[in-house]
Design a binder for this molecule. Structure first.
Ligand SMILES: *[C@@H]1O[C@H](CO)[C@@H](O)[C@H](O)[C@H]1NC(C)=O
Ligand SMILES: *[C@@H]1O[C@H](CO)[C@@H](O)[C@H](O)[C@H]1NC(C)=O
Ligand SMILES: *[C@@H]1O[C@H](CO)[C@@H](O)[C@H](O)[C@H]1NC(C)=O
Ligand SMILES: *[C@@H]1O[C@H](CO)[C@@H](O)[C@H](O)[C@H]1NC(C)=O
Ligand SMILES: *[C@@H]1O[C@H](CO)[C@@H](O)[C@H](O)[C@H]1NC(C)=O
Ligand SMILES: *[C@@H]1O[C@H](CO)[C@@H](O)[C@H](O)[C@H]1NC(C)=O
Length: 359
């Protein structure tokens, strides 16, 4: 009967779960006087509408905008900024050119727009977001400054997955701070690829080179100064196109296929086609159960264990947060001072940096 349950779309804001990002970063000496770069880049073949939520410090003046395929936008945040960035897909904003409404082909309740402008990541139908968005969405999360003068960041699948994402620490900027001096770029740039379209096959390997080797936003890409040595990124090697296409548990898909027979989903489901673009709710985002959201009596690392969604998510994206108490295997920490780039739809394979560093 488990597979029978087709849940209605739950309209929860991000993370009913107690997530580490909800802890406020203690501020230190006047970090607001300094700025850090936040660059947002769209390597998808479609438009993405990035959304930015500020939780502490000063964020960019704009909290959401349309970013055409292949384009990049450079923003500033305060050096003590805490916040998150995600991509909204399939958006149609009234009055914004080039954002026509298209049906996603969802059935029933899921297809109701209900004031939404975007099918995933939507924030109240607004182009310039105010606050959080609707799952499923892959999140990039940042706490730029802490008491220990470290920056913490991660890719989070705690609220589900919608598009492939990578984070690049812009170590060379600003101004050659402590962050740039001892860290290799192959330890700082996580990648999460949960969509087959962006997965490079192991035997035909291609990876966007800036993930193995970060550059500053101001650097002239043609100039061959400094660090010319490539730093190989530790990658997840076990997944294939087939497993990446099917990782999302059956009833957590944004677009589950039609019930193939008599209303009972077969198991295993190996032979059923899944849509190419098929975002995945997290168990928490879909059912809001305390044991999946690490809420109520499950609100501690000991009591909240990985669930059927987070185990799959972790296999596909070993460097990403998969449930609310996944800290040790998912948080990146570097000396503060660096800016960051959030890349939608990087090409290559998911990174496996943290596991590699622990060994
Ligand atoms: C970032 O801030 C600097 C000043 O701190 C300003 O000169 C620059 O124009 C800002 N860039 C953006 C993209 O807002
Ligand atoms: C929805 O957005 C995704 C990601 O950009 C894209 O692959 C897909 O084709 C879009 N679907 C429709 C119906 O526009
Ligand atoms: C970098 O240094 C220049 C001059 O040394 C200064 O004007 C600028 O504000 C600094 N930028 C940041 C982001 O700290
Ligand atoms: C940048 O950092 C390196 C390593 O600490 C140092 O040798 C160099 O002088 C610094 N450059 C500037 C412009 O501060
Ligand atoms: C990045 O690596 C490539 C080789 O893969 C090299 O040609 C390039 O100069 C490197 N860039 C930086 C900034 O290290
Ligand atoms: C990063 O690259 C260096 C070579 O530049 C390599 O020695 C090191 O093993 C790599 N680190 C990881 C974590 O793979």
């Amino acid at each position: 009967m488990f597979f029978f349950i087709i849940l209605a779309l739950l309209r929860l804001p991000f993370s009913g779960a107690i997530h580490h990002m909800q802890r406020r970063a203690p501020a230190w000496v006047n970090p607001r006087d300094a700025v850090r770069f936040l660059r947002v880049s769209n390597r998808c073949s479609d438009d993405i509408s990035p959304a930015i939520q500020t939780q502490a410090g000063f964020g960019p003046a704009v909290h959401g905008f349309r970013l055409p395929a292949g384009e990049s936008r450079l923003l500033n945040v305060s050096a003590d900024w805490q916040g998150r960035v995600w991509g909204r897909t399939n958006c149609s904003f009234p009055g914004v050119k080039g954002t026509p409404f298209r049906s996603l082909g969802l059935r029933g309740k899921e297809e109701k727009r209900d004031g939404r402008a975007c099918w995933t990541g939507d924030c109240g139908g607004l182009l310039d977001c105010k606050g959080s968005g609707q799952p499923p969405a892959t999140l990039a999360e940042f706490t730029l400054e802490s008491e220990s003068r470290q920056t913490f960041y991660d890719i989070s699948l705690v609220d589900g997955y919608n598009v492939a994402m990578g984070i690049i620490a812009l170590l060379d900027y600003p101004n050659n701070t402590s962050a740039s001096q001892s860290i290799l770029p192959n330890q700082t740039n996580p990648v999460c690829i949960g969509s087959p379209h962006f997965l490079a096959r192991n035997d035909d390997f291609h990876m966007d080179s800036d993930f193995a080797n970060a550059t500053s936003p101001t650097a002239d890409p043609k100039s061959k100064q400094s660090k010319s040595q490539p730093h190989l990124l530790p990658l997840e090697r076990s997944q294939s196109l087939k497993t990446v296409r099917r990782w999302c548990p059956w009833d957590l898909q944004l677009q589950p296929p039609e019930k193939p027979g008599y209303g009972i989903y077969p198991y295993p489901d190996d032979h059923i086609e899944r849509p190419l673009f098929n975002p995945c709710y997290s168990a928490c985002a879909k059912d809001n159960k305390p044991e999946h959201c690490c809420a109520g009596k499950y609100n501690s690392p000991k009591k909240c264990r990985p669930n059927f969604y987070s185990e799959k998510a972790k296999k596909i994206c070993p460097d990403a947060y998969s449930y609310a108490y996944d800290d040790e295997t998912s948080t990146f920490a570097i000396p503060s001072g660096s800016g960051f780039e959030v890349v939608f739809c990087p090409m290559g394979r998911s990174s496996d940096i943290l596991d590699h560093l622990r060994k």
